[in-house]
Each structure stands twice: as structure tokens, then as C-alpha cells.
Ligand binder design. Structure first.
Ligand code: SAM
Ligand code: SF4
Length: 326
């Protein structure tokens, strides 16, 4: 699958739910969102059918995400179904890890090989303040332990940088990569219509984070772990893990974009931001062919996003990244 700018798209992020058990300050409003109705959600069979069609076009890798994917029942069933789609050779998961301890074995058995875990602080009180869910620290730690125990590899830890809330922990996070084979990725917060307080006033750039880390020790650029996403990776000399930066705001990486997104209600989005999306669910339920719709969505994949720091104008009306899978 190539778009009109020559970018090869072989990666799909599949959101299995818009719901979440956390309320991260940069993502979802505290009161939640108007949730999708059960009938609106794609069934696992429908997701499999869409992935199967796209695999015939060259899709190779699928990431299961949300909302929080582990709140959807029987997720390992979906993973098994996707594993059996010819052509799909990489299945991964993005999770906040709150429910991972209970599900890690089943997910691994079903075919998940690697996980991205969101962890915005190394301090229990801060994690619970950022996620706005008291008591979430202990299960998250259990989830991370389980991720290591069952052998997910690589383990990537996503840290959204928020000035005044976790930017004093950048060195501490990076230090972990000297001790464990984790890939700690700092992410710049992206503006949506529900997070302007944070994205405008508490923005912290990854360039500033890298400058701080270079004052600690030499950082060597490295290719990074499998995944081929937008992160640029570095390593402290001899460290088993890496430090990655994801810079949607300070350094646009859209020219390397290799992905599309499938929302929980069956809309195929060629870009995380912007208003372009194609409803695949209704045609699928009506028995129509998906291939032409997918080809057309790929054709109109925008050249880049138009996010502006401090404004939600470029977000295309997106309220929260939980709606698209991040
Ligand atoms: N609930 C899962 C999790 O938190 O990992 C998966 C979905 S979440 C939307 C996917 C990723 O998007 C997480 O790493 C999260 O930190 C990130 N994210 C959410 N909102 C963001 C924003 N406004 N800017 C940057 N990253 C964001
Ligand atoms: Fe939930 Fe993930 Fe959004 Fe946090 S970032 S509120 S864990 S969907």
C-alpha cells in the first residue's frame, strides 16, 4: 500500500474501545466522553474482516489500542483471530497496564509479542494525579512486572512530558535504560479540544529533554527496537535500553508516516488528526466491498498534520486521542 506521496503503509492501529479506566489529564476529560453504544463498536469478526482485506493489500503489522484495550472483554480472542490472518506478522499492544497482570499470559499465548505501556511518572502520587484515578499505581506496577515475566519484547514505556508535573523526572526515566532493556519514549503532548489547559500551558519539548540528558552523559543515536514508528532513539553508552523521543510538535515526522488507524466504531483514519475518515462499518454490515473504500482512504492520506502548539485548530475537531487510538 503506497499513498500519493510514496509512503508505504503497512501498519494499522486498531482501537477496540473508546472507554478507559484512567482519565489522563492530556487525554480524556475527567467526566469521560459520550461513549459509543455497543452496537456502534466493531465486533471482533468485523475487525478481523477489515484486517484481512488490508492484509491482502500489504498490511503487515497491527497494534491493538484504545481507549484502554484491556477493558474490552475477551481481547485475547481478537488477538488470536488477527494472528491467523495471512500476511500479519507482528501484533502489539498499547496499554496503561492497569489490567495487564491478569491478562498478560493469555495475550502472550494469543500472539501479542510486544507492548507499549504508558507510565508518566515514577512516583505513585504523581501517576495517580496525572491519571486521575486513585489507587492505579499498584496495578500498573503489577502489570509491568507481568509484561517482563511473560517475556514481551521489546517493552516500550511511553512518557508524555508535562511541564511542572513530570519534567523533573526525565533523567530518572532515562536512568532506567541503563539498568533494564526498556525503551523509554518521551512524547510531546498534542493539542485536542479537551486538553488545551495542558497542551498549551504545560507543553515540554523533547528537544529540551534531550539537551538535559546530554548534560548527563553521551547519547548515541541508535536504530531503536522493532516497531518502525515515529520515535528517534538514543542510547547511553553500554545501556541495555534506549531513550526515544516522539516529536509531533517540535519536529514533524509525517514524511515517514507508515500507518492508518481504525477507530472502535469502524472509521478508517489516514491521519491521527484532521477530519478525514471513512466509515467502513456500515458498508461492511451492508455487504459492500471494502477494498475500494480502503484504497480511496489511502489515496487521500494527507501529506502531514497541521497541529499548532497552543491551539486545537489543527486537530480536526478531535476531542481526545482515546477516540482514535493515539
Ligand atoms: N490507553 C492506552 C495507553 O494509554 O497506552 C492506549 C491508548 S492511548 C490514547 C495511546 C498513547 O497516546 C499513550 O501513550 C498516551 O500517553 C498517548 N496520548 C494520549 N493523549 C495524548 C496527547 N494529547 N498527546 C500525546 N500523547 C497522547
Ligand atoms: Fe486512557 Fe490511555 Fe487516554 Fe490515559 S492515555 S486516558 S490510559 S486512553
Amino acid at each position: 500500500m503506497r499513498d500519493q506521496f510514496g509512503r508505504r503503509v503497512e501498519y494499522l492501529r486498531v482501537s477496540v474501545t473508546d472507554k478507559c479506566n484512567l482519565r489522563c489529564v492530556y487525554c480524556m476529560p475527567l467526566e469521560g466522553l459520550p461513549w459509543l453504544r455497543r452496537d456502534d463498536l466493531l465486533t471482533y469478526e468485523e475487525i478481523e474482516q477489515i484486517v484481512r482485506t488490508m492484509a491482502g493489500m500489504g498490511l503487515r503489522r497491527v497494534r491493538v489500542t484504545g481507549g484502554e484495550p484491556l477493558v474490552r472483554r475477551d481481547l485475547p480472542d481478537l488477538v488470536r483471530m488477527l494472528r491467523d490472518v495471512p500476511g500479519i506478522d507482528d501484533l502489539s499492544l498499547s496499554t496503561n497496564a492497569v489490567l495487564l497482570a491478569d491478562q498478560a499470559d493469555a495475550l502472550r499465548d494469543a500472539g501479542i509479542r510486544r507492548v507499549n505501556v504508558s507510565l508518566d511518572s515514577l512516583r505513585p502520587d504523581r501517576v495517580e494525579q496525572i491519571a486521575r484515578r486513585p489507587g492505579c499505581w499498584a496495578p500498573i506496577m503489577d502489570g509491568l512486572d507481568a509484561a517482563e515475566r511473560v517475556g514481551f519484547d521489546p517493552i516500550k514505556v511511553n512518557v508524555v512530558l508535562i511541564r511542572g508535573r513530570n519534567d523533573d523526572e526525565i533523567e530518572e526515566f532515562a536512568q532506567i535504560t541503563r539498568e533494564r532493556p526498556w525503551h523509554v519514549r518521551f512524547i510531546e503532548v498534542m493539542p485536542t479540544s479537551s486538553n488545551l489547559e495542558v497542551s498549551a500551558k504545560e507543553f515540554f519539548s523533547c528537544q529540551e529533554a534531550l539537551a538535559r540528558l546530554r548534560a548527563v552523559d553521551r547519547l548515541e543515536p541508535v536504530p531503536g527496537p522493532p516497531g518502525n514508528g515515529p520515535a528517534i532513539y538514543h542510547r547511553f553508552p553500554g545501556a541495555p535500553g534506549t531513550v526515544g523521543v516522539i516529536t509531533p510538535m517540535s519536529h514533524n515526522y509525517c514524511d515517514r508516516c507508515n500507518r492508518m488507524r481504525l477507530t472502535a466504531d469502524g472509521h478508517l483514519r489516514p491521519c491521527l488528526f484532521g477530519a478525514i475518515q471513512t466509515n467502513l462499518r456500515d458498508p461492511l454490515r451492508a455487504g459492500s466491498e471494502l477494498l475500494p473504500l480502503i484504497e480511496e482512504t489511502l489515496r487521500i492520506k494527507p501529506e502531514r498534520h497541521y497541529l499548532i502548539q497552543g491551539s486545537d485548530r489543527g486537530s480536526g475537531g478531535l476531542v481526545a486521542l482515546s477516540q482514535t487510538g493515539g
